[in-house]
Design a protein around this ligand. Structure first.
Ligand code: C5P
Length: 222
């Protein structure tokens, strides 16, 4: 069929990247995790001790920063100015500050510009917060993935356990709630469902059925 553009948005830890990765694999599409780009800038800003509230300074940093997303065997690899930072950008420090970095209009403008360059002609699954609303407003398939905050915290907890990272379920839930609040109340392209996006509540769904639901939509539209 035709190569489509799939926009996958939703709150933190809703399983977007897991689903996006599987979809891209099954369809032979490119997967782009836009959150990784905001995380990479946040990681660099923290290292440089740039104040996350200082939009101008952050913007200067971003203009001098090369962020690369490359496909790896276990998923997407992330490079900051040539160095791999795939795991570093998932740290609690980065997670706790990324929404403050991502709220600035200048930062978003430049990130969206870079993301749109990656979209090109299609055959892409892009996940984030503003993909269906701002990055690819004319995407053929738009999904808004949600799940209860308890379920999202539980999934993140299990994921950490598998990775040998110790964490508290309560703390995880609090951090997720805080990030959702910041992401959906910021002024510049807040997290919101596009009018023409299809909402999928994955609280009681397994990965396979979410993937199949979206594959059906892709077949319909391709
Ligand atoms: O998807 P992930 O949870 O890794 O995203 C990290 C953060 O990056 C989000 O909480 C949000 O603040 C920001 N983000 C964004 N717009 C996107 C993707 C991520 O503002 N398209």
């Amino acid at each position: 069929g035709k190569k489509l553009r799939i926009a996958l948005d939703g709150p933190a830890a809703a399983g977007k990247s897991t689903i996006a990765k599987r979809l891209a694999e099954k369809l032979g599409y490119v997967y782009i995790d836009t959150g990784a780009m905001y995380r990479t800038l946040t990681y660099k800003a923290l290292k440089m001790q740039t104040d996350p509230e200082n939009e101008k300074e952050l913007y200067e940093v971003l203009l001098n920063t090369i962020i690369e997303l490359k496909p790896g065997t276990l998923g997407q690899l992330v490079f900051l100015d040539g160095d791999e930072v795939t795991n570093e950008i998932r740290s609690n420090d980065v997670t706790n500050q990324v929404s403050n970095v991502a709220k600035h209009p200048l930062i978003r403008k430049e990130m969206v510009r870079r993301q749109q360059e990656l979209v090109e002609s299609g055959g892409i699954v892009m996940d984030g917060r503003d993909i269906g609303t701002h990055v690819i407003p004319d995407a053929e398939v738009k999904i808004f993935m949600i799940a209860s905050v308890e379920e999202r915290a539980r999934r993140r907890f299990e994921e950490h356990k598998r990775q040998g990272i110790e964490s508290s379920l309560e703390q995880l839930q609090k951090a997720i709630e805080e990030r959702d609040y910041l992401d959906s109340t910021r002024e510049a392209s807040p997290l919101t469902k596009a009018d023409d996006a299809i909402e999928i509540d994955t609280t009681a769904m397994d990965i396979e059925s979410v993937v199949n639901t979206i594959l059906d939509l892709v077949k319909e539209r391709g």
